[in-house]
Design a protein around this ligand. Sequence first.
Ligand code: 5GP
Ligand code: MG
Length: 190
Amino acid sequence: MTKVAHTVLIPRSQIADRVSELGRQLAKDLRADLEAMGESEPHEVVIIPVLVGSILFVADLVRHVDLNMSMRVVTVSSYPGATTESKGAALKGALPPDLAGRHVVIMDDILDTGNTLAMLKRLVLEQNPASVRICVMLRKEIPREGEADLTPEYVGFDIPDVFVVGYGLDYDGLYRNLPDIVILEDPESV
Ligand code: 5GP
Ligand code: MG
């Protein structure tokens, strides 16, 4: 499948089970919020996928969320090119402008330092949404200090501090299509 050596960290069957669990939990929580507020507007729930890495995760998860929702994508670049080190997050383009009063769910592939999601959450909150939730497929177990400390409401898996690809995650634009989440052996030598 790939031309580089890799070790499977999370196999596709485990991903599928966990994603359906997360989707059903998210739907339940959103439904409770909507009922508590007596809302019936069809555009109340807005999913914001962070491109490109979250596309497989979002596509699979929303099929388990049986609610009216709209989707507005944002693009953030944090690992441009062939590197496995964080270069800080930058939002490309604008955030959707009409989030006031809505239930917003920001979805990303992985929380590493938390800078990307902390920035997005701050920008979403400026619009006074009814609620903001963060949903990530993976969270790295690294020491977290200071302002980027962010606790997502939904986490698929906690993983060690290794560089992973597959299921949407890339190295230099490649490997997003791998069905399993894998650890690349020595990515700098690719
Ligand atoms: P943070 O802002 O939390 O440090 O970085 C999050 C972003 O960094 C993710 O959306 C992802 O694009 C990238 N990233 C962090 N860790 C990994 C990893 O292990 N593999 C890949 N492919 N991308 C990662
Ligand atoms: Mg990303």
